[in-house]
Structures are given as structure tokens and as C-alpha cells.
Design a protein around this ligand. Sequence first.
Ligand SMILES: Nc1ncnc2c1ncn2[C@@H]1O[C@H](COP(=O)(O)OP(=O)(O)O)[C@@H](O)[C@H]1O
Ligand SMILES: [Mg+2]
Length: 462
Amino acid sequence: MILETKNLEFHYPDGTKAIDDISITIPEGKKVSFVGKNGSGKSTLFLLLNGTLKPKKGNVIYGGKNVDYSSSGLRDLRKKVGIVFQNSDDQLFAPTVYQDIAFGPLNLGYSKDEIDRVVNQMLDHFGLHHIKDKPPHHLSGGQKKRVAIAGVLAMDPEVIILDEPLSNLDPVGADEILDILNELNDLGKTIIISTHDVDLAYKWSDYVYLLSDSRLVDEGIPEDVFSVDEQVRNSALKSPFILDVYRELEKRWLATGNKQPKDIPELVQSLNSIDLMRVNIAPEVAVGECVNLGVLFGDFTKEGLYEAVNSRVLFKNDDGTAVVELKRRVLKPGAIYVYDMDSFDKDEFDKIVSEYDINFIGAMGKKSKDIAESQGINVVCNSGVIDKSILNAITGSRCLILTSSGMVSHTAKRVREYIQNSGIRLIFSPIGKSAAELDSRNENSAELEIEQENELETKQES
Ligand SMILES: Nc1ncnc2c1ncn2[C@@H]1O[C@H](COP(=O)(O)OP(=O)(O)O)[C@@H](O)[C@H]1O
Ligand SMILES: [Mg+2]
């Protein structure tokens, strides 16, 4: 346990009880969400966790030791537990972006060279070089958030706490921040966020704490916490949208197995494939004859892209529709390739796009988006890139995900997990220089070797 509280209690000077008997244990290296409506105590708890507020009762425990509220004790704690405030304007105060990021390392007594090295690393990583001399209050919401996170990360904390990190960001900006959080977690940081967005908490978290009226109502893995409808409602929250959709599909037998999909690719995976289908047919086609329906998407994407050929007409309706029994033939599987933009090379890139017959390009992370834009690359997706690539690949597209070094391994992990859990046939491979990098980290495991691309499999064909 990296961070704990025991029977924590806190009142504001006006008498408001903001934290009431809260005990939590945060394991190292996890992604943890505190979920609750406005006023449930999330921000107050976070200020207690990094020692900004001192509890009236109970303890905050870091690395097994009670927090020491002397000024040196607090300095030690805040080096380990960085906090990113909900409102970036409360965080950013230096005259320039550079100076703002340099503030933490300066306070920690780093040498001038060391500060310059760390700040440049942050500017580079977060795609902020071109605005390093700007005053933070002139930036967009997403830029401010990235500067605030960079400033905290510059002190190399073990735990990063972010209070409502996605509030007031546009969808693409929010997605960029999520990419950053996933990447930091991949690098071993413990990430704690607060949110009232149940969809986010359900999809993103390893562990969830549910808060209501200053008290802890429930905790656990998101599948468990959000499966209890009543509890979620009592906390004045709704259940995750994707679970609502899944439950309705299940009632109609379109999905079975009481699964709890976290995202659209998992929802697609949970669907039952259909063997009978109602279609329009030409009047001259008789019962017992066969029709070709062409390529099918959607429900038919399980195990790959299907073409429905020789589908036998079982029944004709008066309105010109017929019920047909599907005969499916698997087509060439779709593909996802990952390219590391940190080692971008125009010739190599163009060669990859044409040789691999790429027809869908998504960019993840600010830095790769900037490079793609400056190089005139036709990016068709810059939000929810991994999920959309999976969805496109299982309907036969050949996708290329552009990302930067730190996120290559996160992307690879996510796609491989999907392929393994779903059993859907997909080609997945890092390409270009990123492939070599992953190889050297021994993550290009043999179990997911690139499949034979030209193989054409026939199923159920009589
Ligand atoms: N500075 C303050 N003075 C008095 N009461 C406060 C102060 N800040 C927050 N509160 C109260 O404490 C409770 C918890 O608030 P907060 O921690 O901000 O919740 P959340 O972050 O979940 O919205 C609320 O009742 C809120 O009105
Ligand atoms: Mg708050």
C-alpha cells in the first residue's frame, strides 16, 4: 500500500463536515478513481492526501508511515504525492510555461543544468515547446492542463492525484489527458483521479471508491461497484451508459453471458452472432433458393469480417422481405499497425502506408498529432484512437496508429489484450523503428505472431 487513510475526519472552519470516517488503501501502480457527485468530499480528501489540509481525526499514511506535518515532512510528502488541481488557474502562476514547469525542480534544489534538462524533457513530452515562453493564462484549457501535469511530473512523484482532470476539456483534449495518464501509469506511477463521470471511472479505473455526503459508500473493481444499480443511484449517480446498453441487448437475447463490457470493442465482442436474418429479396427468388448478401458488418464481425454467400431463403413474407439462413465466409482479417512518431522518417512512413495498404490513420498524444499535422498526414481519428482502430480492424480496415515512444507499449498491451480475450482474428504489429524498440523490451511475444495475411478461410460453407 503506497497511500492510506484511517478513520479520516475533517471539518471546515465554518463547521461543514467534509470528510467523515474515511479509510482507504491505495495500492502502488494502480489507476484509482474517487467517484461522487459535487460536494461529496473528493477535493477535500485530495487536499488531505497531500498534506495541504490536516485531519481533525484519523491519519494519512504514506509508505507505511503516518504523515509528518512539520515543514520538512510536508516537503517530503509533496515530492512523492503530486496534485493537479481541478482549475489550472489555481495551479499555474509563473510568468511563462517554462518557469512554471521549472518551479518544482527549483524548489527541490536541482542544479540549473538539471532543471533545464528536466523542463525540456517535459516540454518535449507534452508537445509544449512552441509555447514555452507564453504566459500560462493565455493558453487553452487543454494546454493549461498539460502544463499543470508537466509541472507536477517534473518533480518525479510516485503518486499523481488529479482533481476532475477532464472537466472543462473538449473531447479531443480530454482524450489527450487520458492518454497521458495511461502512459504515466504504464511507467509505474500510481494515478488517482476524482470524477462524477461514471463512464470514465468505469472504463478507466483499476479500482473505484464511491463517495456520498462525505462518506465512503462502496469500493472495489469498477465491474462490482457499478453493477449495483441502487447503490449508484443512492450516490446520485447514474450507471455507466455502456452497461445500460448491454443490459437492454441482453434482455433481447442479442447478447448473453452476463458480461460487463467496458468499451465499444468489448460490447461488440459480447454480441451473439445471428444465423437468421430478415432481408429484402427480388420477387423472382423462391423459397429454398440461395442469395448472396455481400459483406456484412456489425454483429457479423465476431472472429473477423464476413461475407454472406449462398444464404438460403427459408421463408418469404408478403412485403417482399424474406428470412434467410446465413452462410458465412471469413474474409481477410483487418490489421492494426503501430508507428512510433518519435523516430518519424518520411520515406519509411510513406512506404509503410502504401505497402501495408493502410486506409485508416489515427494519432494519439499531442506530440504525434503535431508531427502528423506538420507532415500533412491524413489523420482521420484523433480521439479514442485505440478503440476506433479495433472497431475498424474487425470490420476489415487496415489501421495505422501514430503515437510516441511511451505510448507504444500501452497501445500494444491494449490491442493484444483485446485480441486474446475476444479470440477475434486480427493482425497486430508495431512497425518501423518502434517494432525494434518493443522487440528489445521483449514485448513482441511469440504468441501473437503476425497471421498469414492472405489466408482465406471458409466457414459453414456447404
Ligand atoms: N473552503 C470551504 N469552506 C467550507 N466548506 C467547504 C469548503 N470547501 C468545500 N466545502 C464543503 O465541503 C463539502 C465537500 O466539498 P468538496 O470536497 O469540494 O466536494 P467535491 O470535490 O466532491 O465536490 C461540501 O459540503 C462543500 O460545500
Ligand atoms: Mg471538487
